[in-house]
Design a protein. Structure first.
Length: 85
């Protein structure tokens, strides 16, 4: 029974470490997202549109993937809103 207890304790530590790293990662990304949101608040729509167009010209593949991903997420959200159980 001691081996089982030791194994469970080791796995518990590994899970706690992974959760801690995930929390740190999410905290970092939330800070980046907050900074981007603050940057967007100070701009008008035309500036944002011009930056998006410039990004699409520089990285057309990324722009297509981002648009496809956004469309997929939006499609799932809208489809699930109409689903009747």
């Amino acid at each position: 029974m001691s081996e089982f207890s030791d194994g469970a304790h080791d796995y518990g530590k590994k899970i706690a470490d992974a959760a801690s790293r995930a929390g740190d990662y999410l905290e970092e990304k939330a800070g980046v997202l907050g900074n981007k949101f603050k940057d967007l608040q100070g701009k008008n729509f035309q500036e944002i549109a011009d930056e998006a167009k410039d990004y699409a010209r520089r990285k057309p593949g990324h722009a297509i993937l981002i648009a496809a991903g956004a469309g997929l997420v939006l499609g799932f959200l809208l489809r699930n809103g109409r689903r009747v159980f």
